[in-house]
Design a protein around this ligand. Structure first.
Ligand code: NAD
Length: 442
């Protein structure tokens, strides 16, 4: 930065092992993201006034709302929407349903969306939101009422040209359809159809894009393919371990299996399983659809969380919660590359260990951007009343992910920094340029 900034916080600590399925490390995600920003800001010599703007979200919204439960009782819920930055376009980012959602988590995730969109040159800003509750403990009818009531509470703060939510952990296309329908019904009749793009990640029947459901996993795989080419690493015959088997984890596993990469271990909120001969990701995904978890899949052997992180594999993909890889897990990993499907899965001390051990990290803001990229395509299709064919979506996504990967790799090589620092620096540079050319009003 051009003027002196506060010293970087020391790396977050590595606490004791959590129980299976428990969130690993309770460090603050916003601090982790801001630490990456601080390092990148120093690297590019960011102006202090711009840095100070970017260290704070523009808006932090908290709503409390009642919802009727199936038994007739009413329960209060707390929801969040953080709008980090919109200099490059409307706020954009997922809605998370999870019992551990906090304002700070949403702040970190919203900021990460700003850097992700900027890195990939998508004309969106960064936002994120969520409701603090466990969706697994609610019926479909309750989930619908919770989503509609939350949308109503947020309706004045989101909009198709202002803030555009999408699915994240604990939410899916069905949640987005309810959000869209509620918002469209609040809008006046004349504007109704223009409101469809208030949210992305909808089902195809409701205006979603072909290819959106698989997009994040597909993007992770595009990055791995590019990394493998650079490292003369033949993917055929290699093995992968994936933490989390929801949208991102399951699609990453299915697409990697088409390239001959076999899934040897996975796990979720209930626990972990392994099979050195390979788990069939399609059958496993069907099992998860029926039972909600991978844990009692009959072709896998239950293993502990510690054994999962120490499993023999070539590729490791975190696709669950943030802060799962501290120094301890990083020391156990056997993989040669970590491709971050999840947002913020690696703690700073985990990064340090992976760097020392020569394990490459394809950082979240690079690797998991397939989702926001195809969300952008969905938004464009809605805006233009178009339907793109699956092949067109797939080709555009592939071009975009590969272009950004090459940009990040070249920057990292030129400046002799790791991929994460390079990715953040490219995003920050784009945003700084916009501020410098527009000026800071008034
Ligand atoms: P999801 O809800 O579909 O799946 C989450 C998975 O994580 C499930 O298998 C769940 O059981 C597992 N999990 C939950 N708690 C866990 C715990 N304590 N230990 C181990 N596993 C646990 O969510 P998703 O959409 O696949 O999102 C996963 C990650 O990817 C999140 O970090 C999300 O922010 C990120 N992400 C998602 C998208 C997207 O398009 N869905 C895009 C970019 C990034």
């Amino acid at each position: 930065m051009s003027k002196k900034q506060p010293a970087a916080e020391s790396s977050a600590k590595s606490p004791a092992s959590p129980a299976p399925g428990e969130a690993a490390h309770k460090a603050n995600l916003n601090d982790t993201v801001n630490l990456h920003v601080e390092h990148a800001a120093r690297l590019i010599g960011m102006r202090e006034e711009i840095y100070n703007i970017l260290m704070h979200p523009k808006n932090e919204i908290i709503v409390n709302f009642p919802v009727r439960m199936d038994d007739g009782s009413y329960r209060m819920f707390k929801g969040y929407r953080v709008q980090h930055n919109n200099i490059l376009g409307p706020y954009k980012g997922g809605i998370r349903y999870h019992q551990d959602v906090t304002l700070d988590e949403c702040k970190g995730l919203a900021a990460a969306m700003t850097w992700k969109s900027a890195l990939h040159d998508i004309p969106f800003g960064g936002g994120k939101g969520g409701i603090k509750f466990d969706p697994l403990k609610h019926s479909r009818d309750e989930l619908e009422r919770i989503t509609r009531r939350f949308t109503h509470a947020l309706a004045g703060s989101i909009g198709p040209e202002y803030d555009i939510p999408a699915p994240d952990m604990g939410t899916n296309a069905q949640t987005m359809n309810w959000l869209m329908d509620t918002y469209m019904n609040i809008a006046g009749a004349l504007d109704k159809n223009a409101m469809r793009r208030v949210v992305t990640g909808k089902s195809v029947a409701c205006g979603g894009s072909l290819g959106r459901e698989a997009a994040t996993g597909q993007g992770v795989v595009h990055c791995l393919v590019e990394w493998a080419k650079d490292h003369r690493f033949e993917l055929q015959g290699k093995t992968v371990a994936i933490q989390g088997f929801g949208n991102v984890g399951s699609w990453t596993a299915k697409i990697l299996s088409q390239l001959g990469v076999s899934l040897v271990a996975t796990g979720d909120y209930k626990g972990y399983i392994a099979n050195p001969e390979g788990l069939n990701p399609h059958k496993l995904a069907d099992h998860v659809k029926k039972t909600g978890s991978v844990f009692d899949y009959k072709h896998g052997t239950p293993i502990s969380r510690d054994d999962f992180f120490a499993i023999e594999c070539d590729i490791f993909v975190p696709a669950a919660l943030e802060h799962e890889i501290s120094a301890k897990e990083a020391r156990s990993l056997k993989a040669k590359v970590v491709a971050e499907g999840a947002n913020g899965p690696t703690l700073p001390d985990g990064d340090d260990v992976l760097r020392e051990r020569g394990i490459d990290v394809l950082p979240d803001i690079l690797a998991n951007a397939g989702g926001v990229t195809v969300s952008y395509y969905e938004w464009l299709q809605n805006k233009r009343s178009e339907r793109w064919e699956a092949q067109e979506v797939a080709e555009r996504l592939e071009r975009s992910m590969k272009k950004t990967y090459a940009l990040m790799r070249d920057f990292a090589e030129e400046r002799k920094v790791d991929f994460r620092l390079a990715a953040y620096a490219i995003g920050l540079e784009r945003i700084q340029k916009a501020y410098l050319e527009r000026g800071i009003w008034p």
